[in-house]
Design a protein around this ligand. Structure first.
Ligand code: SF4
Length: 446
């Protein structure tokens, strides 16, 4: 076995897990990542089960890989992630040519599972939840990153929102020890990374062993990382409003390195629906936290998650969601129609909202958020932005692309060798999905 192909569905945590799997198998089996699945000796599908459609995609994808099994020697096929965790043996029975099924918490055991599959010629399934073992068994981060990298600091969730599979597929909340996180971030900064995004299903619920006495909360972890030399920008996702405490709000005012952009899922603008979702907060509390953040960091922008058509959602409930969008003026959203998920309490609720109504509400919601995003992009024209250059632009060889503090993509012409630099760019044009700019060499930021 020499060549590895990984296909990743779902969230940034799955992206991070896939990156770590590739690093692990490069070290344990010398596997090289290939872009063409037809050439791979091991194919891995890292799955997401957040929505019905996400699950269907898994079986479709495995169907595309079935013919590779005709090859001599046949490649191994492994399925990981949340659908694997949710379906387990059922998945294996439904797709018998799958060799290995592993969960988000057992991806570090893949080298052993591969060896066992080859030695015993029998399928391997490992869906245990051995909390911290995973990170202790993952190798050091080898250098192959651009200027931005993800670092998982927390996993699992104890919130049990009635529509969500995550607590069932990723397990209970646990936080990595502070020294392990600091070590991983230092390694990445030494390799030229300049922007770190901290990941967790409920990242701001982080409470990890300090390495000295007791634990540190999320705000203190941010303060600790913000002191690391070379770090230019720090982001984190995904948060729960209930874990956005005063200390974390204060940190947004203190830490210039903390990007003025926060993804804060709310799901609905109706208190009645929030109760049915078991979100454990109301709209007024959510707005207070937005207001408090704006007080300490006036330029901060927000994105969020929305579900339309949750069982029982009336026109008035949906109107309340649109009112909330007007009040906060979100910049971007991950928004979906409600779909019943296995093992979730909402499954017992009658799915009352007709599909065409869900479609219509989703279109209205996404249409309005796109308008707000365009409005904000237009307001940036004429301003000078600090842009972290992520690399050459795909648009033209003379151009660079990068991200503003508020996560907007900017393309601009500039001199050679700007990747990883924080530069000053005057915004000259707002396009539907990106900005154009003019490089200001004399105002270069780093
Ligand atoms: S807080 Fe997020 S991850 Fe946790 S159950 Fe709710 S929606 Fe799912």
């Amino acid at each position: 076995m020499r060549r590895l192909y990984i296909k990743t569905f779902g969230c940034q945590m799955n992206e991070y897990d896939s990156e770590r799997i590739a690093e692990l198998l490069a070290q344990s089996h010398g596997l090289e990542w290939v872009e063409d699945p037809a050439l791979a000796d091991l194919l891995i599908l890292n799955t997401c089960s957040i929505r019905e459609k996400a699950e269907d995609k898994v079986y479709t994808q495995l169907g595309f890989w079935r013919p590779y099994k005709e090859r001599e020697p046949a490649p191994l096929i492994a399925v990981g992630g949340c659908v694997a965790s949710q379906e387990g043996e059922r998945l294996r029975r439904r797709v018998p040519f799958v060799d290995i099924v592993f969960g988000p918490q057992t991806l570090h055991r893949l080298p052993d599972l591969i060896d066992a599959r080859l030695a015993e010629a029998a399928p391997q399934v490992d869906l245990a939840f051995p909390e911290l073992e995973k990170f202790d068994r993952l190798p050091q981060r080898p250098g192959r990153h651009g200027p931005s990298a993800f670092v998982t600091v927390q996993e699992g969730c104890d919130k049990f929102c009635t529509f969500c599979v995550v607590p069932h597929t990723r397990g209970r909340e646990y936080s990595r020890p502070v020294p392990d996180i600091v070590r991983e971030v230092r390694q990445l900064l030494d390799q030229g990374v300049r922007e770190i995004t901290l990941l967790g299903q409920n990242v701001n619920a982080y409470r990890g062993a300090s390495g000295l006495v007791g634990e540190l909360g999320f705000a203190d972890l941010l303060r600790r990382l913000a002191r690391l030399p070379g770090l230019m920008r720090l982001r984190y996702t995904t948060s729960h409003p209930n874990n956005l405490d005063e200390d974390l709000i204060a940190a947004h005012g203190e830490l210039a390195v903390l990007a003025p952009h926060l993804h804060l899922p709310v799901q609905s603008g109706s208190d009645r629906i929030l109760r049915r979702m078991h979100r454990k907060h109301d709209v007024a509390t959510y707005l207070q936290k937005i207001q408090a953040l704006r007080q300490v960091r006036p330029e901060i922008r927000f994105s969020s998650d929305f579900i339309v058509g949750f069982p029982g959602e009336s026109d008035a409930d949906f109107a309340a969601t649109m009112d909330l969008i007007e009040a906060v003026r979100f910049d971007q959203s991950y928004s979906f129609k409600y779909s019943p998920r296995p093992n979730t309490p909402a499954l017992k609720l009658k799915d009352t909202v007709p599909e065409p109504v869900k479609e219509e509400r989703l279109a209205i919601l996404q249409g309005r958020i796109n308008q707000l995003a365009q409005e904000y992009s237009r307001a940036l024209v004429g301003t000078v932005q600090e842009v972290l250059v992520t690399g050459p632009s795909r648009r033209s060889a003379e151009e660079w692309t990068g991200k503003t503090p508020c996560n907007r993509s900017v393309n601009f012409p500039g001199p050679a060798g700007l990747t990883g630099q924080m530069v000053a760019v005057e915004i000259t044009e707002a396009l539907p999905n990106s900005l154009r700019g003019r490089f200001l060499p004399l105002r270069a930021v780093s």
